[in-house]
Ligand binder design. Structure first.
Ligand code: GLN
Length: 539
């Protein structure tokens, strides 16, 4: 029988519930348990696919084509748990199901109510993680205890615990101790209040993880335990993670969180084995080299907009025992000041995914700068489009070449919509989404890095390389080295006489892990290191 852990948050948002849930997952896996992770988002959107990245951050995509919360990216980086469409639940998706059932008359004339109909649907979504080979399912509830929109979910997990009985469900509450600088004191009152709010709903937390910028003293532990009604051993301290987030599982392990959880849930396991993880941390903390790469995008001021890209770059660094400094460049700044001023001194340029025409000329200029200087270039999705547009304009003489996304009337639509996308009216969930196979050309950089003939990568886009231009670009040296054979779509482009110019239509960043860096990110950082050392011999 699958046991369940619910992770809630109190006092304020952004305490790192996703990272803590992922860390718990890693610790349990390291004891040989099979886990799943799930994120509940109480907002009313059906999925985050239609939310602006400024507002929501990155949209993470699963193999089965779900557009999900970026916490699923943390789950993937920390654990081996399978992520799919069942791993992200929103208020919108729950209501959508309930309302569809209501329209079909499935409630047999009953008044459809928050309790039990909506809460039943929420519990059913949590139950979807149950499976004979899943020992523990960890469900993270987004938002903060006390939020109005979170209430149905809190009620549902309370009922869930009641139904499963003691010893089968555990509630972990992540909270903040507030440090008052003026008084030089660590305050526990906001935590007491947030646990109080949980108790009002009927949930008694089993374990409290206290985020704090100053170490807790004995008295703080005693106070939190007493006022929040938990044993002292269940009050854990989580100092701001330095130097990186991958330390969190180790910090929790040192306080025996995994033992505590296993004891509470009656799970017999082997000893924790974090050897592989610690080896990775060691490389991260003691790099032999350092390179600087630019990420040129439109949502640069918001870290989480490109969360998985930054993470994958770090992993590419780990693969090369190198620290990766990221210079974040706003593409419109390149439009204003020129690429040379913004990109001077970097050892590689990455242009990530994006939407719409704003800022695209800056990205195209970045691709040109990289191509002309034999600087490693990695274009992802829109970044690939920019590489193709740049090459068409400046190498193939196709003046005004563009994507029809940026200019519908371009004389040379080198990137355009497939017929099937032209018919689409709804915005939500209608892109080319999820994993598709891609065959790699012998002798290409991609083939060398992946070490495989056929790969599978995830997509999230509408626009495609226009096959009408394939031969003209190839004749000038931009080769299509990865193809989705079933529909003859170009998935990867490379420039022949450039040390490392790779554009990919898919999103490799979603599959990279610190303990298993993605081959293309590893290859990109390797090329950046070579560039730094004056060699342009990456091929
Ligand atoms: N906007 C482009 C498209 O829809 C690229 C999408 C992306 O970069 N994820 O095709």
């Amino acid at each position: 029988m699958t046991k369940h852990i619910f992770v809630t948050g109190g006092v304020c948002s952004s305490l790192g519930k996703g990272l803590n849930s992922a860390s718990i997952g890693l610790l349990l896996e390291s004891r040989g348990l099979k886990i799943r992770l799930q994120k509940i988002d109480p907002y009313v959107n059906v999925d985050p696919g239609t939310i602006n990245p400024y507002e929501h951050g990155e949209v993470y995509v699963t193999d089965d084509g779900a557009e999900t919360d970026l916490d699923l990216g943390h789950y993937t980086r920390f654990t081996n748990a399978m992520v799919d469409k069942d791993c992200n639940v929103t208020t919108g998706s729950v209501y959508q199901t309930v309302l569809q059932r209501e329209r079909r008359g499935e409630f047999l004339g009953k008044t459809v109510q928050m309790i039990p109909h909506v809460t039943d649907e929420i519990k059913a979504r949590i139950r979807k993680l149950d499976a004979p080979d899943v020992d523990v399912a960890i469900t993270e509830i987004g938002g903060t205890v006390g939020d109005i929109e979170g209430l149905p979910f809190m009620e549902a997990i309370r009922q869930f615990g009641q139904e499963c009985g003691p010893g089968n469900v555990l509630y972990v509450h992540l909270t903040l101790l507030v440090y008052l600088r003026a008084a030089q004191e660590l305050k526990t009152k906001p935590t007491q209040h947030s646990v109080g709010t949980l108790r009002q709903i009927g949930i008694i937390p089993d374990i409290l993880i206290c985020r704090t910028e100053k170490p807790m003293a004995r008295e703080h532990v005693e106070k939190v335990a007493l006022f929040c009604n938990v044993p002292e051993e269940c009050v854990l301290e989580e100092l701001d993670a330095k130097p990186n987030i991958y330390q969190i599982p180790v910090m929790l392990r040192e306080q025996k969180l995994d033992e505590l959880i296993c004891r509470r849930l009656g799970l017999e396991t082997r000893q924790t084995d974090l050897k592989h993880w610690r080896e990775m941390l060691d490389v991260l903390d003691n790099p032999d080299h350092a390179v600087e790469v630019a990420v040129v995008g439109k949502y640069i001021s918001r870290q989480s907009a490109y969360e998985s890209v930054y993470a994958a770059l770090e992993h590419g660094g780990i693969a090369n025992r190198s620290h990766v400094r990221v210079r974040r460049v706003e593409s419109e700044e390149i439009e204003a000041k020129g690429a040379a001023e913004c990109l001077d001194g970097v050892h590689g340029v990455l242009v990530p995914g994006g939407f719409g025409g704003r800022g695209i000329e800056g990205k195209i200029a970045a691709a040109r700068y990289a191509r002309e200087r034999a600087l490693p270039y990695f274009g992802i999705c829109l970044g690939m489009h920019c590489g193709v547009i740049e090459f068409s304009r400046h190498t193939c003489g196709l003046e005004g070449a563009n994507s029809t996304e940026a200019n519908r009337d371009t004389p040379h639509p080198v990137i355009s919509l497939l017929e099937e996308q032209r018919q689409v009216e709804d915005l939500g969930g209608t892109m080319r989404l999820g994993a598709q196979p891609c065959a790699l050309e012998d002798g290409s950089l991609a083939r060398r890095h992946y070490g495989q003939d056929v790969i599978s990568e995830r997509h999230r886009h509408r626009y495609e390389f226009n096959n009408a231009y394939r031969d003209r670009l190839a004749a000038r040296g931009m080769r299509s080295t990865g193809i989705y054979r079933e529909q003859d779509l170009v998935e990867i482009v490379e420039i022949e006489d450039h040390p490392w110019f790779v554009g990919v239509q898919f999103h490799p960043e979603f599959k990279s892990k610190p303990t298993a860096p993605h081959p293309l990110f590893a290859g990109f950082i390797e090329a950046a290191l070579k560039h730094q050392h004056g060699g342009s011999e990456a091929r």
